[in-house]
Design a binder for this molecule. Structure first.
Ligand code: ZN
Ligand code: ZN
Length: 327
């Protein structure tokens, strides 16, 4: 197999030839058809997450075909198209697993972070954390659903029944969430980097009612806001744009430090919460809904060997929607 390997934090990924991996009990070997590039991959690259296993093959928005199966795998067949998300494994017996909050498992494995991911021609997955994808839609178009879509969906659920929904950072997740929110009859207010007129036009094109810079005041108060962008300074700005009782959801795995802000911004039962990872039921629910709604993703495809360029372009906001690597 071939893979783009990250040997150490803050280095470039390297193209390597590796021995073909053998699936263990309960595992699948999946031939990768497409793997999305997510902001979390930048945090892996920068060594900003505490438990990264170096050297690591990043990538956790994987669409591929089952290529080989370990003993004891049930419910899959060779050749079937599947998706592999960020949550790669849970222990099944910690208090969080037992209370159906496996997204908070004490002993998890995360694809492309603590187990090898999909910036490769082949990947090993735990079959219990692999979703059948069927044959509808292109693999490149499906890849961003596996994280941007799933985390977007979980953050939207946690935002609650908000009519006026603010989205800070209009990238892969927000462009999917906007379609779900519009389908549910909500109004979306999109916040981009100040002055990013192209990004604002993209948001309007995807169905947002209003788009402006993150430093702007929206024309109506928000019932909830979701932050996909990582500057901590956005938290008080988002709180200030909300009405009483609103919820502000931080959806990223990493944010810069939150600045201190006056208590009155949180007062009146506003809530500030974070969203961590996903559960398998999020995946099943969202993938079903995405097909029902007919979610359309905007993607830019790169060859696998151009993973570094795709990551650079993501960091600098050089494309709309999501980047996807194709082996
Ligand atoms: Zn657990
Ligand atoms: Zn991700």
């Amino acid at each position: 197999m071939h893979a783009m390997v990250l040997a150490a934090p803050k280095t470039r990924l390297e193209w390597r030839e590796l021995p073909d991996p053998i699936p263990g009990p309960g595992e699948l070997r999946v031939k990768v058809l497409a793997c999305g590039v997510c902001r979390t991959d930048l945090h892996v690259l920068d060594g900003e997450l505490p438990e990264i296993k170096f050297p690591i093959i990043p990538g956790h928005e994987i669409v591929g075909r089952v290529d080989a199966m370990g003993v004891g795998v049930e419910g899959f067949r060779v050749g079937e198209r599947v998706g592999i998300p960020w949550l790669g494994h849970t222990c099944g017996h910690c208090p969080y697993c037992l209370m159906e909050r496996e997204n908070l498992c004490d002993h998890p494995l995360f694809t492309g972070c603590t187990r090898d991911g999909g910036f490769a021609t082949h990947v090993i997955s735990d079959s219990r954390f692999t979703f059948p994808l069927g044959e509808a839609n292109e693999s490149v178009a499906l890849a961003p659903l596996l994280c941007a879509g799933l985390i977007g969906w979980r953050s939207l659920s946690i935002a609650g029944a908000a009519q006026n929904l603010g989205l800070y950072g209009f990238g892969a997740a927000a462009h999917i969430v906007t379609q779900v929110a519009r389908w549910e009859g909500r109004k979306v207010f999109a916040f981009t980097r100040p002055g990013d007129v192209k990004g604002q036009q993209f948001a309007i094109g995807m169905g947002a009612s209003w788009a402006g810079g993150s430093d702007e005041t929206p024309p109506e108060l928000l019932d909830a806001a979701i932050l996909y962008a990582t500057p901590g300074e956005l938290v008080p700005l988002a709180l200030a744009a909300t009405r009483k009782g609103a919820r502000v959801v931080c959806a990223g795995i990493h944010m810069s430090d939150l600045p201190s802000f006056p208590y009155r911004l949180l007062w009146e039962e506003r809530q500030l919460v974070s969203v961590a990872n996903l559960t398998r039921s999020d995946g099943i629910e969202f993938l079903r809904l995405a097909e029902q709604i007919g979610i359309v993703t905007k993607t830019t495809a790169y060859p696998l060997s151009a993973a570094n360029e795709a990551l650079d372009d993501l960091r600098c906001g050089r494309f709309e929607g999501a980047a996807v690597l194709v082996p």
